[in-house]
Design a protein. Structure first.
Length: 116
């Protein structure tokens, strides 16, 4: 499986960004797709997930501001991030995992920087 993330950048607080992650190498429909983030000096933390059937989950700090979605025709998962805050600044990583397996596959990170 190969994952490639796009869409990071620099934005002012209150602004929006959309991250994209393209998936290849296996059947996209079988995977739980997710986004994690890692701020400097911090552990990598889960942000949001979407299951093969489209159920979603979010960490509390982004609920109501971020929306995860997936496009089965394009084998792509998105993270729409609105009302961004400086504390959202981190490297964001796309992930993929089969529901029956523990191993997580990672894409390269994309930097999101939110200025105050």
């Amino acid at each position: 499986v190969q994952l490639q993330a796009f869409g990071g950048g620099l934005v002012q607080a209150g602004g929006s960004l959309r991250l994209s992650c393209s998936f290849s190498g296996d059947d996209f429909r079988l995977y739980i797709m997710g986004w994690y983030r890692q701020a400097p000096g911090e552990e990598r933390e889960p942000v949001s997930f979407i299951t093969p059937v489209g159920s979603t989950d979010y960490t509390n700090s982004v609920k109501g501001r971020f929306t995860i979605s997936r496009d089965y025709a394009k084998n792509t998962v998105y993270l729409q991030m609105n009302t961004l805050k400086p504390e959202d600044t981190a490297v964001y990583y796309c992930s993929a995992r089969r529901p029956s397996r523990k191993n997580i596959m990672w894409g390269q990170g994309t930097q999101v920087t939110v200025s105050s």
